[in-house]
Design a protein around this ligand. Structure first.
Ligand code: FES
Length: 81
């Protein structure tokens, strides 16, 4: 059995395998990660830390790239979508 971690995304509990990214965890709840300056919904594009379209707030820290951040137990993730 694969070990899992539990975190919350916008207050919803999510279980993902150890080693999964925050982006994967967010995708379990919503595909909207943030909104652009024109209020358009944005989501991960590159998946490798270049585009910054996947930015979320993690444990109170803003602008964390979800695709580059491993999910961890108890983490609190907030999107602005
Ligand atoms: S998806 Fe491009 S930086 Fe995360």
């Amino acid at each position: 059995m694969t070990a899992r971690v539990r975190l919350t995304v916008n207050g919803h509990p999510v279980d993902v395998p150890v080693g999964a990214s925050v982006a994967a965890a967010v995708a379990h709840v919503t595909m909207r990660f943030r909104r652009s300056v024109n209020d358009a919904p944005r989501a991960p594009l590159c998946g490798m830390g270049v585009c910054f379209e996947c930015r979320v707030q993690v444990d109170g820290i803003a602008h964390v790239r979800a695709c580059m951040t491993p999910a961890s137990e108890g983490m609190q993730v907030v999107t602005d979508a």
